[in-house]
Write a protein that binds this ligand. Sequence first.
Ligand SMILES: [Zn+2]
Length: 140
Amino acid sequence: MARLEQMIETALNLMSADGITGWGLVLLDSRLEELGSLHAIGEPVGCTTETCNHWSHDPAAPQRKWVPCEGTLIKLGESDDRDGTSTYYCLRLEEEDVFLCLHEPRSFWSELRIVEPDCVPAYILLHIRNAAPHHEREPT
Ligand SMILES: [Zn+2]
């Protein structure tokens, strides 16, 4: 039986867990539902006008966070284009690396999809190499 203390503990763990957050985040790949879980982590934000047909924007939605249930999530980098921002991630599983792209259009809900390794821009990989984690650096 669920107790309030346990539910608060679970909520705290969710907030601090490594994950990918976006406004109204939508999963565009069913495998993402197997690899992790999606949670609303804020109150709905955005247009709530009932007479609006939401042509130029999406209706109100909460910030949502996708949290992988296994593996290590690494943020590779982001690129801006005229449609918004794309942020690339690598989910390092024991047996494979899964590459993810979070697309955040300016006025529409964000989308998370799995991408082929070829789709990760080379300059983002080079940036990661230059900013190697501390434990991989030579001692100074
Ligand atoms: Zn609207």
